[in-house]
Write a protein that binds this ligand. Structure first.
Ligand code: NAD
Ligand code: ZN
Length: 351
């Protein structure tokens, strides 16, 4: 089969590789119908995620059709259409029993982390993928949900919702700022709307993305290349800052910016994947009562979000900016990595 293979920082290619095979009775094999590219894949290609080794097939999002099931599978069958979750969960370990699937301790790749596709085992940017712990990890797609909508439930919608909005404890009436209006930030903006905030401010260097954010429910936008952008944000509150700031970029500057615009006793929810440490000025912060949260998506709200997408309570369709054939994935990477010029959000790759 063909697959997008990582060959070390800055190097990837669309290679001929062996087809995946069932390795454990709880595995299934899925033919990829639609996959996509995540900001995290770009971090991997920059060398920010050293656990990804040369030869790894990238990708942790996808929708596909089951072609083979292991002997222990009883609730899935060949031909079922499924959403592949970016987090694989054994369903049995202590973390899974608490719903913290992000830290599933089953021994697949390396124990202790649920994000394994395109990280510790081969991923979904391929014609076929082996899916471990299939019964406790995939989601069957209900009637009326498109492949593109399903792919958005693999990662970005649960990530924005759980690590941005839920960890940020967004409440009715809150002023929420989201720094980074890429797909993950936009997912946080969209799902923040479920909790009744009074304002949602989208902040990005890219004026186009700030404008796009209004389609996802942002009430205000700030382009943070403006020298007075912080004053603009403070002017939208009572001068004290926002209740919740969500970091959806993954660089030290934007984490510091979140701290700078959050009011005392507010929350900074970090979603971004960081490649370097950040300076935490505890000498001034300790007295602020600001909470900081961070984490890997648990995907414990995927089913809820799937129901809301199926019933059209959440409109995921504006995320899709481009569609390519899977064979043209290198071109899709190029378009996605130049989002400011190409206006790319989520690029869909279909078989
Ligand atoms: P993306 O690269 O598509 O979007 C990032 C956005 O940040 C872009 O719109 C860019 O213009 C903007 N940006 C860059 N520098 C900025 C700055 N200085 N100020 C303001 N905006 C700036 O990425 P994405 O796919 O939306 O993902 C966002 C982050 O979330 C990434 O770090 C990704 O790795 C991470 N992520 C985390 C999890 C998790 O479980 N915690 C899951 C998925 C993705
Ligand atoms: Zn587990």
């Amino acid at each position: 089969m063909k697959a997008l293979v990582y060959h070390g920082p800055g190097r990837k290619s669309w290679d001929e590789v062996p087809d995946p095979v069932i390795q454990k009775p709880s595995d299934i094999i899925v033919k990829i119908d639609t996959t996509t590219i995540c900001g995290t894949d770009l971090h991997i290609l920059k060398g920010d995620v050293p656990a990804v080794t040369e030869g790894r097939i990238l990708g942790h999002e996808g929708v596909g059709t089951i072609t083979e099931v292991g002997d222990a599978i009883s609730t899935l069958k060949v031909g079922d259409r499924v959403i592949l979750s970016c987090v694989s969960a054994c369903g049995r370990c202590d973390y899974c029993r608490k719903g913290v699937y992000s830290h599933c301790r089953a021994d697949e790749g390396s124990p202790g982390i649920g994000w394994i596709f395109g990280h510790l085992i081969d991923g979904t940017q391929a014609e076929y993928v082996r899916v471990p712990f299939a019964e406790t990890s995939v989601h069957k797609i209900p009637e009326g949900v498109s492949d593109a909508e399903g792919v958005l439930l693999s990662d970005i919608l649960p990530t924005g919702h759980e690590i941005g909005v839920q960890y940020g404890q967004v409440k009715p009436g809150d002023v929420v700022a989201v720094i980074g209006a890429g797909p993950v930030g936009l997912a946080a903006i969209l799902t923040a709307g479920l909790y009744g905030p009074s304002r949602v401010i989208a902040i990005d260097l890219d004026a186009n993305r700030v404008e796009e954010a209004k389609k996802f429910g942002a009430t205000d936008g700030v382009v943070n290349s403006d020298p007075d952008w912080k004053e603009q944000v403070l002017a939208m509150t009572d001068g004290l800052g926002v209740d919740v700031a969500i970091e959806a970029v993954g660089i030290p500057q934007t984490f510091s910016d979140c701290l700078a615009i959050t009011r005392p006793a507010g929350v900074v929810a970090n979603v971004g994947v960081h490649g370097t440490g950040v300076n935490l000025p505890l000498d001034t912060l300790w007295i602020s009562n600001i909470k900081m949260t961070m984490g890997l998506v648990n995907t414990n709200t995927t089913d809820t979000l799937l129901k809301m997408v199926a019933s059209k309570k959440l409109d995921a369709t504006p995320f899709v900016s481009h569609t390519f054939k899977l064979d043209d994935i290198l071109e899709a990477y190029d378009v996605f990595s130049r989002a400011a010029e190409t206006k790319a959000l989520k690029v869909m790759l279909t078989s």
